[in-house]
Design a protein around this ligand. Structure first.
Ligand code: PBG
Length: 335
């Protein structure tokens, strides 16, 4: 029995809860769905080791030896993860990062090994200098500054060597002006017209890269990266960087990091028609792992919430260290 008073109070009440009543109803109405095909898994290959080494600041992520790649990528392929992003740790570093474009460099060898093991797995190669230079900067240093145009030359050489080794997609991440144009031109001159470019377009000078720099031993020896990576305060500049990279020939553009930059992802998705990647970076991963280990949050649920938010914001693909964890989760859910 409802009293007249209650009926009056609830008349014309909008009831969104009607559609949240049952699990199956919520499933039917879900607006954003994660799929294993959304993800790219980063891999660290280390030329100096014969056996995997844990990365203390990134629980669950290892630096791998070349010989371990076939099993690793077979596993990824079984999980239906479509792509990997390769980072190399070279045998030796020098002031101009020559190991980065050596024909038998660690990334070049890794590409061969992966392509042989799982030909259909898409290989994206990170093109940068910071792991290869003794000063840890992403470019050539001249009189104490990172020289843009000299760096373009070296980045192009690295890109060609990766493409010749069999990389499907080149990922220039040095944040040098004109890097996409320089690499596109050089790829075309070398008959590598089908090699695509995923540009790290809006890459911010972020504190969230901390664990990666430990993993890749790529922290700058002096100064910081703020003369080439972007100021986290800037939205219009991020959109301008993306527009420039599209104009220069980028096939995919990227926003990095993801979580503190969901507004940039959302704006970029509505403004541009080029596929958009988001990089869920090391610090974003490690925070969840650390809090999860302490029992302060539910790691799996948090992971799913975070990845869903990146996709909801507008990312067409997500580069994440969680790729394997989330794939396991999605496979479990579907069985
Ligand atoms: C640099 C590079 C960085 C990352 C990938 N490539 C950042 C940096 O050191 O400035 C970070 C990725 C991550 O944190 O997961 N070329």
């Amino acid at each position: 029995m409802t009293s007249a008073h209650e009926t009056l109070k609830t008349r014309n009440l909008q009831r969104p809860r009607r559609l949240r009543r049952l699990h199956s109803l919520r499933l039917l109405l879900k607006e954003t769905r994660l799929s294993t095909s959304d993800f790219v898994y980063p891999i660290f290959v280390d030329a100096r080791i014969r056996k995997r080494e844990h990365i203390p600041s990134m629980p669950g992520i290892d630096r791998l030896a070349l010989s371990e790649l076939p099993i690793e990528v077979a596993n990824l392929s079984e999980l239906k993860i479509p792509a990997v992003l390769i980072f190399g740790l070279p045998e030796k570093k020098d002031s101009t990062g020559t190991e980065a474009y050596a024909a038998n460099g660690i990334v070049q060898q890794a590409i061969h090994v992966i392509k042989k093991a799982v030909p259909q797995l898409i290989i994206i190669s990170d093109v940068c200098l910071c792991q290869y230079t003794d000063h840890g900067h992403c470019g050539i240093v001249k009189n104490g500054v990172i020289d843009n145009d000299d760096t373009l030359e070296v980045l192009s050489k690295i890109a060609i060597s990766h493409a010749k080794a069999g990389a499907d997609i080149i990922g220039p991440s040095a944040m040098m002006d004109g890097q996409v144009r320089a690499i596109r031109n050089r790829l075309d001159e070398n008959g590598l017209k089908d090699t695509a470019i995923m540009a790290y377009s809006a890459k911010f000078a972020s504190s969230f890269y901390g664990p990666f720099r430990e993993a890749a031993e790529s922290a700058p020896l002096w100064g910081d990266r703020r003369t080439y990576q972007m100021d986290p305060s800037n939205r219009k500049e991020a959109l301008r960087e993306i527009a420039i990279d599209i104009q220069e020939g980028a096939d995919i553009v990227m926003v990095k990091p993801a979580l503190s930059y969901l507004d940039i992802i959302s704006k970029a998705q509505s403004r541009f028609n080029t596929p958009l990647a988001a990089y869920n970076v090391s610090g974003e991963y490690s925070m969840i792992k650390a809090a999860g280990e302490r029992g302060w949050i539910d790691e799996n649920a948090t992971m799913l919430e975070v990845l869903t938010s990146i996709k909801r914001a507008g990312a067409d693909m997500i580069i994440t260290y969680f790729a394997k964890d989330v794939a396991h989760q999605l496979h479990d859910d579907s069985t």
